[in-house]
Design a binder for this molecule. Structure first.
Ligand code: ZN
Length: 150
């Protein structure tokens, strides 16, 4: 039985993620007329609106896929071959000034300095990040810029 089509939640946001994923170019041709691009459901289940199941493509290639001229395997392979672009938004970076001797500058975002040694001379930094991409995150390093001075 065919599954019901479910409207994509936050369609503009999903479309923007999908457009970034393909770098605004149809992955099957060179078309860049993204305003006409359509969202294809890779597993052909129109109720599965997970980003992993969606691919933004030009109308020509969308119809080729739905007609079966391009196989599902090729579509899946194409989706997997798209470069992984993580969209990480830094929501906030703060210092835990109750549990360490570090405090933030009043007028500079994300800059901290040591004030004394109590209760701990080591800065305790709190990060809040939002992963807007459907990909898993692996942190390998965090860059800290030393010696900020006003
Ligand atoms: Zn195309």
């Amino acid at each position: 039985m065919a599954k019901e089509r479910i409207k994509i939640k936050q369609p503009m946001k999903v479309r923007s993620i999908l457009q970034k994923e393909i770098n605004s170019i149809c992955p099957f041709c060179d078309s860049t007329e993204v305003e006409y691009f359509e969202i294809h459901h890779i597993d052909e289940d129109p109720s599965n609106n997970e980003i992993e199941n969606l691919l933004l493509i030009c109308p020509t290639h969308h119809s080729k896929i739905t007609k079966g001229d391009i196989s599902k395997e090729i579509v899946e392979r194409t989706k997997k071959s798209l470069p992984i672009k993580l969209q990480i938004e830094v929501a906030s970076i703060s210092i835990d000034h109750n549990n360490c001797s570090w405090v933030s500058y009043d007028d500079v975002k994300h800059a901290f300095y040591q004030r004394g040694n109590e209760p701990s001379p080591f800065p305790i930094i709190c990060f809040s990040l939002i992963n807007h991409s459907p990909k898993t995150i692996l942190f390998t390093e965090i860059e800290l810029k030393e010696q900020y001075r006003i």
